[in-house]
Design a binder for this molecule. Structure first.
Ligand code: SF4
Length: 435
């Protein structure tokens, strides 16, 4: 933060969106072409960058190749050229209706809800208002509080991008905790509740408490998880004043009542853990009794380098954060720009693992969170009949599939689950449930 900046508030980061993003890129890089692309692409994919990211995380001397710039700012190649031209021409026409039509067309082509999330994970529970809950795995209920469906900044690769665009038909959200509590009362098998979004830490602490305190009286809920990137995008949420103090007190209260409170931190690059405010935020969370776990996708332009992951995992362990998942970029949004071949993700995972001590080898990966479950790519093997990927399910809609190793035909270009084929010449399906 520059010395001229006002004291940071926990809840209100100064964020840059819309045309101010274009102006910012022009002012910081002097590159009019880059700034024009920012304007076009940000019509389609949501972009927002906090003053903290701009002032503390991005090295503007390296932009646009700085990894945090790539993580947060739009780039022309995030859209295919046909879509880019469509939106650019609509903008040039000055007709807002034409822009809206073009943007809607591109949104619909970008697989806004990967993994059939709208058709397969929404609980079908009679008259309960469950739009905004997801129950994919038996033990875990995901809750999308309406007030938490934004973030302090947006990640350009976010697979939840559809939550942030002006399309109510694409959004998941519950308007209050009642749908969650009613669902939990009918589902005693749920042991874990995950508040997600967006970033629930954009919410005021009293609103967050409205969701979390009802869990105190529900014994079957043992674990409360909160997914957040606030440590990277706005650590002042955990440092500044009453809102931050109340949040930490709420975490302590849940812990004292016997709940395991897990902060599911989204950390993509070691640069996010270098500034003092991020380190102080982690220390505060730990002092409140939260267990800290970290996850992120492995993506081109940001962290497609084993040394970056090794440095990240080592820094996490040093700061009391357990490396949890290395995800594969999902089949949505700007996947064309960020995704890597699965074969490359395995290589990065293995090389990174080799560089760190045992305590930092806790991240599972590379993992695809796909329609049938969470699939880990364990590696590549040479068999009599040729090369194959070895995979297993960490989580599955069908619990019987969990942990069973299986093969897929090796494909050097494959980037996602639905591009994989069974290995045997006579095999047409991996499992009967595959979809
Ligand atoms: S913090 Fe999470 S939800 Fe928010 S934009 Fe990044 S990936 Fe998406």
């Amino acid at each position: 933060m520059t010395s001229a900046s006002p004291a940071p508030s926990a809840l209100a980061p100064r964020s840059v969106t819309g045309d101010r993003l274009r102006q910012l890129v022009l002012a910081r890089t002097g590159d009019a072409g880059l700034a024009h692309d920012v304007r076009v692409v940000s019509q389609v994919l949501p972009f927002k960058v906090s003053s903290y990211v701009i002032d503390e995380l991005i090295d503007w001397d390296l932009a646009p190749d700085d990894p945090i710039y790539r993580l947060t700012f739009p780039h022309r190649d995030m859209l295919d050229s046909e879509h880019y031209r469509l939106v650019e021409q609509a903008l040039e026409s000055g007709d807002r209706g034409a822009v809206r039509l073009a943007v809607t067309k591109v949104h619909d082509a970008l697989n806004p809800h990967p993994g059939n999330q709208l058709s397969m994970n929404i609980p079908q529970d009679g008259d309960l208002a469950t739009w905004g809950l997801q129950h994919k795995y038996r033990e875990t209920l995901l809750v999308f509080p309406r007030q938490g469906q934004t973030c302090h900044s947006y990640c350009a690769y976010c697979f939840r991008w559809a939550q942030f665009v002006d399309r109510p038909d694409l959004k998941l959200a519950v308007s209050g905790p009642e749908a969650m509590t009613a669902y939990l009362d009918k589902h005693p098998e749920v042991t874990d509740v995950l508040l997600t979004g967006g970033d629930p830490l954009v919410m005021r602490t009293d609103l967050l408490a409205d969701y979390l305190r009802p869990l105190l009286g529900r014994e079957h809920v043992r674990t409360v998880r909160i997914g957040t990137k606030a440590v990277s995008f706005w650590p002042h949420r955990l440092l500044a004043g009453r809102e931050a103090d109340d949040l930490l007190a709420l975490i302590e209260e849940l812990g004292a009542a016997g709940k395991h409170v897990a902060m599911m931190l989204h950390l993509s690059h070691a640069a996010e853990l270098r500034p003092d405010p991020a380190r102080a935020a982690l220390a505060r969370l730990r002092s409140a009794g939260a267990v800290l776990r970290a996850q992120a996708p492995v993506v081109r332009h940001v962290n497609d380098d084993a040394r970056v992951w090794a440095e990240l995992w080592a820094a996490e362990v040093h700061l009391g954060v357990e490396p949890y998942y290395m995800f594969v970029e999902r089949d949505t949004g700007a996947q064309r720009y960020f995704a890597l071949p699965l074969a490359r993700t395995v290589q990065i995972y293995r090389e990174a693992t080799r560089q760190v001590s045992g305590l930092a080898r806790t991240a599972r990966g590379p993992v695809m969170s796909a329609t049938p479950g969470k699939v880990v790519v364990d590696g590549v093997v040479e068999l009599d009949r040729g090369k194959a990927f070895v995979l297993h399910f960490l989580q599955a809609r069908d619990p019987d599939l969990v942990g069973r190793p299986f093969f897929a035909a090796y494909d050097a270009q494959a980037q996602w689950w639905d591009e994989l084929r069974p290995f045997g010449p006579n095999d047409h399906e991996f499992f009967p449930l595959r979809s």
